[in-house]
Write a protein that binds this ligand. Structure first.
Ligand SMILES: O=C[C@H](O)[C@H](O)[C@H](O)COP(=O)(O)O
Length: 224
């Protein structure tokens, strides 16, 4: 199976977690696009979706799925999203598509976070993928200097890119992430940082991994 076929397979497999009457939290990216396409078959069966990006909202609406404001939703049983990297504790790096802030908000609001990814995303240690950090534009230089001083790595401005929230992204290259929870918190403490792409304090609950032999389910109980 190609990587795209693996993504399609996990996108479809995530439908098993969608029950009648649910509001469904929906992430962003090429893997989630397959999930949205599969979810279209269940559009009359669900109560709508809460979306993590303008791109996903547009795709959901194209399929006739109602997009709800998170503020109007008191219970979000499930959130389905992809990842750029995942470790065996189901901690993630996200934000390759720049949607990290809204993704972290919707993930935090959900009871169960189902992460869908092809098997290339499972890594022994997070950090080979440059860690995205969403930053208020006026703080770009300050945040870059603080990252270099406090954390190390090499922050690089994502060129010609603005987030859905009107901010910039610094991608931190050359990081060795030994303590993901501590790093997530340290980055959050830098003035001007809106959000960072580490999902360690709120990891996924289930990881559906698409491989050449089908879809494998990794859960919190397997974190070991
Ligand atoms: O901002 C984008 C998201 O965090 C995506 O979930 C992540 O980049 C994975 O995307 P893809 O499924 O396209 O590999």
């Amino acid at each position: 199976m190609s990587a795209d076929e693996q993504k399609r397979a996990v996108g479809r497999a995530a439908l098993d977690y969608v029950k009648p009457g649910m509001v469904v939290g929906v992430g962003t990216g090429s893997t989630v696009n397959h999930f949205i396409d599969a979810l279209a078959e269940r559009r009359d069966d669900i109560a709508g979706a809460v979306s993590s990006s303008e791109a996903s909202s547009a795709r959901l609406r194209q399929h006739g799925i109602e997009v709800l404001d998170l503020n109007s939703v008191s219970d979000l049983p499930i959130y389905v999203d992809g990842a750029d990297e995942a470790n065996r504790f189901l901690q993630l790096i996200k934000g390759g598509g720049g949607a990290l802030t809204r993704e972290k908000i919707v993930a935090s609001a959900s009871r169960t976070f189902v992460c869908i990814a092809d098997e290339s995303k499972l890594v022994p240690a997070l950090g080979s993928f440059p860690l995205p950090v969403e930053v208020i534009p006026m703080a770009r230089g300050l945040v870059a200097r603080q990252i270099t001083k406090r954390i190390g790595g090499r922050p690089v401005l994502r060129q010609s890119f603005t987030t859905d929230n009107g901010n910039i992204i610094l991608d931190i290259h050359d990081l060795q992430i030994m303590e993901p929870i501590k790093l997530e918190s340290t980055l959050n403490d830098i003035p001007g940082v809106v959000c960072n792409g580490l999902f360690a304090m709120r990891p996924a609950d289930v990881l559906l991994l698409g491989g050449s032999e089908g879809v494998k389910t990794v859960t919190a109980n397997d974190r070991g």
